[in-house]
Design a protein around this ligand. Structure first.
Ligand SMILES: [Zn+2]
Length: 324
């Protein structure tokens, strides 16, 4: 597949970095399909800095970016970090130049720059803490944002930002997904749908009998409840949270070496968007379907695990078909 020879520039910003962390981070992100295939589309720019204190739960520690914790996880109080990261862009060889207009998950975000922070936990002697994915607004232009992934699991948070993928785990206190693909913008295109009706799913081509899945029953459906449905049981974008209520077992449905079939396709699509291979972000999804989807599935054929339907940790099969 032709990427047009253009890089997706990516700033990686971290605390107390050593080279081992870069290697470990690279290996964790560029291991699953299709990321390994696209690795040369990325410029990874590292910014190691020293802090006077480690981040801790006792308020604002004297770290370079003044990151804060709550309950063992990062919180999105990023005033100092926002100033510093946007300041770094002055020296970055591929500064943010193109920004998504419009609405939805992409609104205002830089196409060609992502930031990621790994946060050192001295009690584990490595990067840790429960992660978040968010965006930081340009202090000099409030129409411009950079997506930022923070802490662990680093590859899961990174894919939130790179490919606008949503969490696939169930949270009982979340209401139905409001946004959906509406045909006038790709800004709402994602891996979670507000409906479980087969024909309305953005991944209907992957449901058994669909164009790219003629053979595998009981793998791709509409998993979830309450207006939030995702395609398969297991995916890097899943997790645990309240999964146990619906899926039984220990509720852990995250895998680290695999995106589900539709998240793989969306990742390739968004990389093409970010590269500018797909130029028009109003028609790009239709353009992808018309001209790029078939070559994508030639390169990355539909994947099925050995056992379907997939099982929870108690070896109980769990299958949520889509509805007619
Ligand atoms: Zn997925």
């Amino acid at each position: 597949m032709d990427t047009g020879g253009k890089p997706v520039a990516m700033a990686r910003v971290e605390l107390e970095a050593v080279s081992l962390y870069t290697y470990s981070w690279y290996r964790s992100v560029f291991v699953f399909a299709p990321m390994l295939f696209f690795r040369e589309c990325f410029v990874i720019w590292r910014y190691p800095v020293a802090s006077n204190e480690h981040v801790n739960s006792n308020g604002v520690a004297d770290t370079w970016f003044r990151l804060q914790l709550s309950g063992g996880g990062m919180i999105s109080e990023l005033g100092v970090a926002t100033e510093k990261i946007w300041g770094l862009m002055d020296d970055f060889p591929f500064p943010p130049e193109q920004f998504y207009s419009g609405r939805g998950l992409t609104a205002g975000r830089a196409k060609n720059v992502i930031a990621q922070m790994l946060v050192f936990d001295p009690s584990r002697d490595k990067a840790w803490f429960s992660g978040i994915a968010t965006a930081i607004r340009n202090p000099d232009n409030n129409q411009q944002l950079i997506g930022i992934a923070m802490a662990q699991d680093q590859q899961h948070e990174f894919m939130h930002v790179l490919a606008h993928l949503l969490d696939e785990y169930h949270e009982t206190d979340l209401g139905p997904l409001q946004s959906t693909l509406d045909g006038s913008s790709t800004g709402y295109l994602t891996n979670v749908a507000p409906t479980n009706t087969c024909d309305a799913l953005p991944w209907k081509h992957l449901v058994y009998g669909g164009t790219y899945n003629p053979e595998v029953d009981s793998l791709v459906g509409a998993f979830g409840a309450n207006g939030r449905f995702h395609p398969e049981s297991y995916c890097l974008m899943n997790g645990s949270h309240d999964n146990r209520e619906f899926f039984g077992g220990n509720g852990q449905l995250r895998v680290y070496d695999r995106l589900c079939n539709f998240c793989r396709e969306l990742t390739a699509f968004w990389i093409y968007e970010r590269l500018g291979v797909l130029e028009n972000d109003v028609t790009s999804w239709a353009d992808w379907i018309a001209g790029y989807r078939a070559p994508f599935y030639d390169e990355f054929p539909f994947y099925a695990p050995e056992k379907v339907p997939q099982e929870n940790s108690d070896r109980q099969p769990k299958w949520f078909p889509c509805a007619d």
